[in-house]
Structure formats: C-alpha cells, structure tokens
Write a protein that binds this ligand. Sequence first.
Ligand SMILES: [Ca+2]
Ligand SMILES: [Ca+2]
Ligand SMILES: [Ca+2]
Length: 551
Amino acid sequence: MKNLFFLLLCLFCISTEPTLYAQKDIFLQEFTDSTMFNFVGTAQLFNKRIRLTEAKNFQGGGIWLKDKKNVANDFAIEIGFQITNSDFSGADGIAFVIQNTSAFSIGQYGGGIGYSSIPNSLAIEFDTYYNPERNDPNDNHISIQSNGKNPISENHIYTLGMASTIPTMEDGNPHILRIEYVQKIFSVFLDDMSIPKIKAYVNVDSLLQLDNGTAWLGFTSSTGGSYANHDIVSFGHSNGLIANAGQDTTICFGKKVQIGQNAFGRAPFSYKWLPTLGLSNDTIARPWAFPKTTTTYYVEVKDTLGNIDNDSVMIIVDTCNAIIQFPDKTAKLLDTVSFPALVIPAINLTTFDPSLYSYTAFLHFPSTILYPLSASNASISHSFSDNRFSIIAKGLYSPQCIDTLFTLYTLAVLGNDTNTVLIIDSIHWEDRQGNILPLDISYIPGSCTITDICREGGPRLLFQNNNSFTIQQSSSADRLIFDIKSLDDGPHSFQLYNIQGELIEQFSWKHVSSASESIVLHKLSYPIGFYTAIIKSPFSIYSYPFVIDHY
Ligand SMILES: [Ca+2]
Ligand SMILES: [Ca+2]
Ligand SMILES: [Ca+2]
C-alpha cells in the first residue's frame, strides 16, 4: 500500500512541472525583470514590485505586457496590489485594462485612474476615490467599464458590472484581485476567492476590435488632488485550465488550514488530492488540511473538456512552541503552589466520548529539568528519551476535570528552576483509528498540591491517581503499620521521604491483586516529624503523608 502510494506520488511529481508552466504562462511573486512589460508614465520597478504611482499629486502610470494575450477565449488574471501612504482621502485607484490601441497607452489622470479615454478598451477599475460627477457609488468599489471601440470613460453610465460592498482596498494591506473570463462571463474576486464580487456577461470579442482574438493587457493608475502609492506586488495570467492548490502555509501543530482554490476553466471540475492523510476530503476544491508533519499536497484537476492540470502546496507544520513560565517554588511537602495549567478545550465536546479518544502530549524541555512531572485526570503512561518526555493519557473520563465551559483540564506541569521554561512541543487528540483531530491550546493559572518532595534530580510532582491503592494505617506504642492493597499486579514499592526530601527507606514487593502487603515502621528509628510515603505500582503512584511521633 505504501509503495503504491509513493509510486502515485512520484508519477505526479514527474508530470506536474511541464503542465504547470505551459498553462500558467505568467506567475510572478516579485518583479525584478522589467523586460516583460512596457512602462508608461510614472510606472517603475520599485523594491521588487511595480509602483504605478508614488504618493504624490497628479501622477499617472501604466504597464503593458509586451506580448498580446488572447482575450476572446477563457483567461484568468490574478494580481496582488497594495495601496500605501495615502493622504487624507487617498486616490485614485488601479485598473486592469484590456486594450488594442497601443503598446504604450495611457489615459487620463486623477479620477480617470490612468485608463479613461483609451479607445477600444475594457477596464476593471479598483476605484478608491469618490467622484460623484462620474456617478461613483462610494470611495471603494470595483467595476467593469467599457465603451466598446470608442474611448473608454470612468463614468459609471458605462458600467457592465460593479461591486461597492467590498473589503477596504486602501487600508495599506496587500489584496488579491482575481479576474476569470470563462465562456464570456467575467467573475471578479477580491480577497475571498470562493464567491465573486462581480459576475457579468461580456462578449469581449465583439465588444472590442481585437487582433486575432488578442489584445494588450496591463494596469494603470493615477493620483490627483489626493494620492497614494499604488503598487502591483504579484501578477499571474493564464489561458486554460488552472489547478490551484493555494499558497504554501505554515500552521501550528494541531491546527488546520483550508487549502486549494476553485479551479479556473470549464466547470464542473473533479479534484483529486494526494496524499489523503491529514485532509478532510480529497475530492473537493478546498479541503481542510491538518497534517502532523510538514506535507506537500498535490491536487489534480480535470475540467469538463478533459483537460488536466496539477498544482501543489506545502503545509509547513511548526510546533509553535508554547512556553509555560513560572517561578521556582521552594516546595515543601504538602505545599500548594500556583503555576500555569495547560487547558485543552476538546473539539466538539458535546459528543466527546472519552472511551473513544485519547490525547498525546509531547513535552520538550531543557535538559536542566530532570523530571518534569504531570498531573492528569486520565490514566497516564509516560516515557523519556532524547530529552523528550511523552505523556500519553488514554480514554478515562473524570467529571471534575470538565467545567461548565466544557473545558477539559488534562495536564499540569511543574519544573524545578527559577523561571523554568517548559516548551510544549505538541498536543492533539486522536481517535481510535489514530486520526488526528485539531485542537486549540491555551493556558490558565492553576494550582496543584505538591505531594512529593523537591529534590534535585528526584521526582517533583506526583500523579494524583489513587485508583489503585487502599491504605490502612494502624499504630502501636512503637510501630506504624500500613496495610496496602493494590488493584495492580506486579512490582510495587513503598518509599519513605522525610520533610527534607531525603529518601530514607524503601520497600519493594511483588503484588498480587486482592492481596494485602503490610509495611511496618519502628517509630523510634525515625525522628519525630512529617513524612511522606510514595507508593508505586506499575500503573499508579500515590503519595501518603503521615506523622511519626514517639508517644
Ligand atoms: Ca480614498
Ligand atoms: Ca473615482
Ligand atoms: Ca468609479
């Protein structure tokens, strides 16, 4: 199964690259080469982006792809743009323009956004300045404008489709605008690629005088009495089917992210993602991904014409080390100290069936902490290797550990240095099949009673799991007797610590469940004072405080 899987994956790898670049003929994440475009007016390369205008009054500029592109058939344009350093009003915006007039066209500045008056053109303006005299609906709208083969105007009497309830474009942040032209229908997306802001039927081929179906494509911008920097930060163009697996993303372990975009081309599409591990669905455009480790997902898309395209996306899984800091406590026996408790709100706790779920916490910590310890509501097994302390709790339900907010308190940790830093590597839920379930993690102040003795290199805080032991203490003039019953079989120990934390006595025996073991202490052999017995079975640890007197 595994071999087959890798074989499939590798076939994907081989076939992906040529198809990818053949169809996505332009895809620029930064601009360093000016030879692809004609620059007009104030447009220039600036800091690996194209700055159409600076934040100055009465600027105007544009860029045009030197090669004409087909606009009679399907195509897609995607640009990232960023408008910065706006003055009080900010103006005037950016336009994507299709025109077949000149390789160096430029239109009117100010409200004309650098495209108005270009003959034989169609513009999609991102207008950031309210010009009531041009019937602008507001100072933040996108609109498809054309006057056919005549000079175009920014006046909205020439509008073919418009959206004025959209994200604020002039907020200083990068935005993504995507224009799809499929079967004569423009779909214009802004930031959210799932629902178009504008959908409009436009027959570009008959509207404009094209050159064998082709025209120049470019962007224009201008300022007027108000201004801003108008920058193009990324640009893509394609004719044909495009699979889009989405942007590479870093997530914290245990988190999820939606990957993929709807394909561009002739719908309906079929999607196939690989690998399927850590995906909510491997046959939809936008599955949720929650891989345990950094994973590259491949998507193969088929359109209704039988075209195939592939794309990939890498989801980088970061442990996003959560840090718990707390001051050192010179903890004495039975002290109560406060420290951060790890709180794990379980997903969908209303349907949480503790018998079905377990959690795994991997704690990574500096080697100076010899024994980080934990307390938990569940039965715990733990192991230690390579400075990695794993706590695995499975399937037990403790009502007192779930509060009214449906927060499941599962784990608390304590170190032994001043400002000890414990780094939580990762934590997640798993179901019985081992499927990882996303999880949010946070920390709240908690408290815990230290029931063991703080000794350098010794155990620090013990599990408060008393399910296994029943202890009966009796006393005579010179003896203390502990009758210990345990539900567990196997080796048991009884360790006696004084209040200084020194191990002063240890008894071991092999326990058979339902039997009872008697530990007898000769009181006069020990100084008067407080003591703690630590009783261990293979599965449980219990601390039992008591007093020795000489009466
Ligand atoms: Ca504005
Ligand atoms: Ca305007
Ligand atoms: Ca407008």
